[in-house]
Design a protein around this ligand. Structure first.
Ligand code: GLY
Length: 286
């Protein structure tokens, strides 16, 4: 069965990004070889550097105006993650170093920033004009000015009602099967609006990502619900029971109207599904 690298630009991302994501997947598959971890990290790094996506540069702001990001990588039996990390360009690369260079699974907050600096990751502000404007709308909402609040969030995401104005775009992620081995990587600015210190599903193994001997899975969407439903581990456990495309559809259906999406790869299939738009890119090679 062919090798495959499958990536997504987040639940809520416009399908017009498909061409860009196909190009990123193809570029990543050319640049590196052998280890599926290299493929998923490289493709997520490209999406972190593209300010259209809510990860790395372009990450959404917290209610207090800060940017805290979560990222993780996983291969069978190995995990590395950072949560609430600030002022780095590529959280996914720091997560990989947590896996490769420490005995830990996750480093958070100030400790994650210190760890990154010790490894030479420079101080970097991921703010963009777009995310600054989204944040200003949130602040206006606090101050009682009228802004549009999408129905799906006002029903299903309580912080949207309480705190502000959400942005319907999420997390980026990648899964790969290379020479029969699997890896997953994920990176996010979080699900706006959110409090400082809030950690979503992305860095949590089983919730935001999972990789094992049978495959790899990455989730996107409203983190709190993804964690409650242990989305990625549940999908992983069902691999082999029916076609992968059916498994991901069934799991997404459990979320009703709560924004969610998923990509997955198994020994002989790959699949993606979302209850919203979700741009994906794929590259396969012999
Ligand atoms: N899925 C990303 C988050 O909720 O933080």
């Amino acid at each position: 069965m062919a090798n495959v690298l499958l990536i997504h630009g987040g639940a809520g991302s416009d399908n017009s990004f498909t061409e860009t994501l196909n190009r990123y997947a193809e570029n990543s598959s050319r640049k590196v070889s052998g280890n599926p971890l290299d493929f998923v990290v490289d493709s997520v790094r490209l999406m972190e550097d593209d300010s259209s996506f809510n990860a790395g540069t372009g990450s959404v702001k917290r209610i207090d105006g800060s940017i805290q990001m979560d990222a993780a990588v996983m291969t069978p039996n190995q995990i590395g993650a950072v949560s609430a990390i600030e002022r780095v360009k590529n959280p996914v690369m720091v997560a990989r170093e947590v896996m490769l260079q420490t005995p830990h699974v996750m480093i958070t907050g100030d400790g994650a920033i210190k760890f990154a600096r010790a490894l030479g990751f420079e101080d970097y502000d991921p703010t963009t004009e777009r995310t600054e404007n989204i944040w200003k709308k949130t602040v206006d909402y606090f101050n009682g000015k009228e802004v549009e609040l999408p129905e799906r969030y006002s029903n299903y995401y309580k912080y949207a009602k309480i705190f502000g104005f959400p942005q319907a775009k999420d997390t980026v992620g990648a899964v790969a099967r290379v020479d029969g081995k699997f890896a997953a990587a994920v990176s996010t600015g979080g699900s706006s609006p959110m409090m400082r210190g809030r950690v979503g599903d992305s860095p949590l193994p089983g919730a935001g990502l999972y990789a094992g001997e049978k495959g790899a899975v990455v989730a996107t969407g409203i983190g709190e619900e993804i964690i409650r439903k242990m989305m990625c581990y549940d999908i992983y456990n069902r691999i082999g029971t029916k076609p992968l495309s059916e498994i991901v559809k069934e799991k997404v259906a459990e979320f009703g109207d709560v924004l969610v999406g998923v990509i997955a790869v198994s020994k002989d299939e790959y699949a993606s599904y979302s209850n919203s738009s979700m741009a994906t890119g794929v590259c396969t090679w012999p």
